[in-house]
Ligand binder design. Structure first.
Ligand SMILES: NC(=O)c1ccc[n+]([C@@H]2O[C@H](COP(=O)([O-])OP(=O)(O)OC[C@H]3O[C@@H](n4cnc5c(N)ncnc54)[C@H](O)[C@@H]3O)[C@@H](O)[C@H]2O)c1
Length: 276
């Protein structure tokens, strides 16, 4: 990892005619319109992969139908939210029976655009890019890694998972030939915007950014940002709060055990006034 991974001032404000990719839980909220696809809210789209993962497990076990409660539990969301999400896809289930697993897999896959194969290129084949390039799970989910690019002579020419790392100088020609849809950026923060501009100039319209920098892109380009450090920080926050609640409960014998909030976290209100 690089220690020079800082968000650089001038890169953080939107440029004229551009907008910033937005980070979100476990990745980024989709950028662009409030509604994605055919009137399906972005927040719903962001949960569809969870439902699909849970449904795939059920299908592999030979389960034919599933109740909204069981599917919601398997996906880790509330059942009311799941029913609302699926209603956006026109899927309401059958009372007393639930949802047909195979049909729902098909519907969600169609909405997510997973019934076709997407080509992906990875730029920056260092520690992270190398690991991503070697990950076998993309292919089974419909994403084919077709190109690996780096600008370091130490990396260019190496073979990772059957692909030779090419110099970034060949990127434009490769895009013209291979027409990838998605570019994964695993380059240092200091160069990420420059590399992103180059990617966007070739017509690639989806970018998955791992660099800790907010990228500016023109309208019509989607950026999602993955930030594991932010996720760890959120976990640290909850750990700290849990410890504070436990301390408070010990200080106040007989205090009601902390309840659970919607996020599954103890309710601070249970010991409000004690935790300072
Ligand atoms: N989002 C996350 O959770 C997460 C986790 C780990 C790393 N990262 C980030 O991912 C990026 C890569 O991390 P790493 O540990 O693999 O770093 P690394 O230094 O091992 O790899 C970076 C690679 O990018 C290449 N590179 C540099 N400039 C380039 C350019 N202009 N064009 C093409 N390639 C170029 C380098 O040659 C190197 O191979 C960093 O920005 C890091 O902060 C993010």
């Amino acid at each position: 990892m690089n220690d020079d991974d800082v968000t650089v001032g001038p890169l953080s404000g939107p440029r004229p005619g551009q907008r910033a990719g937005t980070p979100g839980a476990g990745g980024g909220e989709p950028t662009g319109s409030e509604e994605a696809g055919r009137g399906v809210p972005d927040a719903t789209v962001a949960r569809l992969p969870q439902y699909l993962r849970a449904l795939t497990v059920l299908a592999e076990r030979g389960t034919e139908t599933v109740s909204s409660e069981a599917l919601a539990a398997a996906a880790g969301v509330g059942s009311a939210k799941l029913r609302k999400d699926l209603s956006h896809l026109g899927s309401y289930g059958t009372r007393g029976v639930g949802y047909e697993v195979a049909r729902l897999v098909q519907q969600i896959s169609e909405h997510l655009g997973l019934t076709q194969r997407w080509s992906v290129v990875i730029i920056g084949i260092g520690n992270l890019g190398h690991a991503l390039a070697g990950y076998g799970g993309f292919a089974s989910r419909g994403f084919g890694v077709v190109g690996l690019f780096d600008d370091s002579p130490a990396v260019v020419g190496k073979r990772v998972n059957g692909l030779v790392v090419r110099p970034l100088a060949q990127f434009e020609a490769a895009v013209a030939d291979e027409r990838p849809t998605i570019a994964v950026l695993a380059v240092p923060a200091a160069v990420a915007q420059r590399v992103c501009d180059r990617v966007v100039a070739t017509g690639v319209s989806s970018v998955l950014n791992f660099a800790p920098v907010v990228l500016q892109v023109p309208e019509g380009v989607h950026v999602r940002k993955v930030d594991l450090a932010s996720e760890l920080q959120i976990l640290a926050f909850h750990e700290q709060r849990r410890a504070a609640l436990a301390r408070a409960a010990r200080l106040v014998p007989g205090a009601a055990p902390a309840g659970r909030g919607t996020s599954g976290e103890p309710e601070a209100a249970a010991v409000a006034g004690v935790v300072r």
